[in-house]
Design a protein around this ligand. Sequence first.
Ligand SMILES: *Cc1c(COP(=O)(O)O)cnc(C)c1O
Length: 363
Amino acid sequence: MSFLDNLIANTIRADVRAEKGYHVPDASGYIKLDAMENPYELPRELRRELGERLAEVVINRYPLASYATLKERVCARMGVPEGFDVLLGNGSDELISIIDTALARQDRRAVVLAPYPSFVMFERSARLTGMDFVSVPVKEDFTLDMPAMLAAIAEHKPVVVYLAYPNNPTGNLPDDADVVRIAEAQGEHGLLVVDEAYQPFARKSFMGRLPQHPNMIVMRTLSKLGLAGIRLGYMSAAPELLAQFEKVRPPYNVNVLTQAAAEFALDHVGVLDEQAARLNEERTRLQRELSALPGVQVFPSAANFLLVRVPDADKTVDKLLADRVLIKNLSKMGKLLSGCIRVTVSTPEENSVFLNALKASLS
Ligand SMILES: *Cc1c(COP(=O)(O)O)cnc(C)c1O
């Protein structure tokens, strides 16, 4: 054992040493349909204007700690209820870790609960903050298994339940009544985080219903709307609750360039909404063309991606890779997802390259 091996064994937590880390494949030269990015850029004229705006940003000073102007824009444009504020994060990934950091107790291990399959960061953040993670399998059609969810909540008393609305990687939107029942089951002993990363495509939200659900947090991101590169997430909840999480947030977690770019984008959010509408049309076309293929099953999606079951996922993924198309192979993630791949909806041209490669892999 070298000095560094010993040093690491003596210092880094055993569970961290055992972690594999979050692997992101190098995508240069590939059609990238694996990360739910918006394939469209801002129109050239807007990009030029944004460049001018960014040139004026004061980068030798720390950000203004209140983030008042950006928060006002977010509240005004994103349907945040009257009297409610937002907490900003470096992507919603950071919001998840802020929430978990505030909830991870030192006197006993707290439990985080989420359906399975769901967004991988729910589990990762829970483990890294030293909490126990309990997952409840969804039904075969990927809808929530409500009796199992409610039984698990009663048994494990999770300090927080995470629900992605719509869910990633399945794409379906949980029933509103089920979301409300989970919030009620949590009561005053636990929170419910409704992760609305795909709200621009689902066009449904619990944001306006926050005043009726004091234990609910609604979390969103600009990533899937078309600004994945700037890393901005936001969440809203009862002001008293939000104030607690504010204490955990690193003071300058959102940088001034992100702040300026986000303000600019929110002033032109119509352009992004129009791109989302175009992607929704392409989702409908992809769904129709995929479901006509023999042996291929497409699941309902309210997001900018589709979950697709193919006869031989590994063969399909290999063919797609050979044609330089990156998608996510989920077929090794347990029985529920056997044969499944997840593909981001993109431009008509990129979707056609995907469709043709997938068709070729079926023969
Ligand atoms: C993509 C995704 C996020 C990540 O959002 P960032 O703001 O880019 O960190 C959060 N939640 C779900 C369910 C997602 O699919």
